[in-house]
Design a protein around this ligand. Structure first.
Ligand code: ATP
Length: 377
């Protein structure tokens, strides 16, 4: 396996600029997710790395070998890259074993032990080797597609939204199996996804693309805790964003006086909290208060929609069964610190973000994960 280095990559289709100056490095054995809203250029970047398209400028290196740019254009089939497409792309008329060994030299195709080893690597029973693809579940088909991509011992594995057609339960299970297989194979991998939970849970590095530019490249925890701007913050998770006045290192806002997660000059700012930082209790006269407008119950946790005095709305994520009821008055305590940002325009709407709720002035919900809350009333 090789490291991948993309340097200053630019691509336009006709007059439409799709990628601008994208640079990133995936270390050997690293797993990077390309995350961004629909149309931001993720697939285009993957295709340039794979060699299905040529960049207008910039370079792609596998290890220290230039495969695109700088006057070179190594054809896709000579790059030694394994590709797992959205729907698996298995040949329907071939068995699982034949699919896995497709593209290998003839003598290696007869190696049943190797097929069994690859199926084992992706968490499938060797007994499936003689089945046709239509006799497998969607998740099993994606694992076979990964086994096929890994069979020739590629320098890099690219995965293009490989879980998008699977239902929720199968998606979780298949993600885990794929991540384990890539790790066991020591594969260098790049995953395209617009699902932030997938990117945060699977990858060791996340590259956030917006409008064809790389806006942040970091590990999942840092991305969630220290997003580069409020657009990234709201894209990678649910967010509570409040106007604040910073004085002496503390934010004065609708949820009280909060310690800051990093330095910020005195003056107007906007602060970010995550809904799981909000804790609710019986009303106390000295604490910020709110009225429960609605509850989305998910079993493992719940989202509680809260109206603050003055018409602001926020949401809290609560674990456990001890939930307030709709219409209850509660007090809000904030755990941890608030992350300050310069007081600029409100985060731009992402392409696939649902329309703002009428009271969503301060609560910007995740464009992917958060369904719309209950109507105000
Ligand atoms: P999605 O998540 O919806 O797949 P994406 O982030 O992968 O989106 P791309 O598929 O890379 O986005 O597309 C980025 C932009 O480039 C889009 O506006 C798309 O219409 C345009 N585009 C992609 N391929 C071509 C092409 N071959 N010719 C013209 N425009 C293209």
């Amino acid at each position: 396996m090789s490291a991948l280095t993309v340097h200053d990559l630019t691509k336009a289709f006709g007059a439409t600029r799709v990628l601008t100056g994208v640079s990133l490095h995936v270390p050997q054995g690293g797993f990077t997710a390309l995350l961004g809203p629909s149309g931001c250029g993720k697939t285009t970047l993957l295709r340039l790395i794979a060699g299905f398209d040529d960049p207008d400028s910039g370079t792609v290196l596998l290890g220290d070998r230039v495969v695109a740019g700088a006057g070179r254009g190594v054809p896709a089939r000579r790059r030694g890259i394994g590709f797992v497409p959205q729907e698996g792309g298995l040949f329907p008329h071939l068995t699982v074993a034949e699919n896995v060994t497709f593209g290998l030299p003839r003598r290696r195709r007869r190696d049943r032990a190797r097929v069994a080893g690859l199926l084992d690597l992706v968490g499938l029973d060797a007994g499936l080797a003689d089945r046709a693809p239509h006799q497998l579940s969607g998740g099993q088909q994606q694992r076979v597609a990964l086994a096929r991509a890994l069979a020739p011992e590629p320098s890099l594995v690219l995965l293009d939204e490989p879980f998008s057609s699977l239902d929720a339960a199968l998606r979780e299970e298949t993600r885990a199996a794929v991540a384990a297989a890539l790790s066991a194979a020591g594969a260098t991998a790049v995953l395209v996804t617009h699902d932030q939970a997938e990117a945060l849970s699977m990858a060791d590095q996340v590259a956030v693309l917006r409008g064809g530019r790389l806006v942040q490249l970091t590990d999942p925890r840092t991305l969630y805790r220290l997003p580069g701007d409020l657009d990234v913050a709201t894209f990678v998770g649910e967010a509570v964003v409040l106007d604040a006045e910073v004085r002496d290192g503390r934010a004065h806002c609708a949820l009280g006086v909060l310690p800051l997660g990093r330095d910020c000059p005195d003056g107007r700012a906007r602060v970010l909290l995550r809904p799981e930082q909000l804790r609710l209790s019986a009303p106390e006269p000295t604490a910020p208060s709110a009225r429960v407008r609605g509850i989305d119950f998910y079993g493992h946790d719940s989202r509680v929609w809260l109206d603050l005095p003055g018409g602001l709305a926020v949401s809290a994520r609560l674990e456990g069964a001890d939930l307030p009821a709709e219409g209850d008055d509660v007090s809000i305590a904030v755990l941890g610190t608030a992350l300050p940002f310069p007081s600029g325009p409100r985060p731009a709407r992402q392409d696939d973000r649902p329309p703002p709720r009428p009271v969503a002035d301060v609560h910007l919900e995740s464009p992917v994960a958060a369904p719309a809350g209950p109507a105000a009333g």
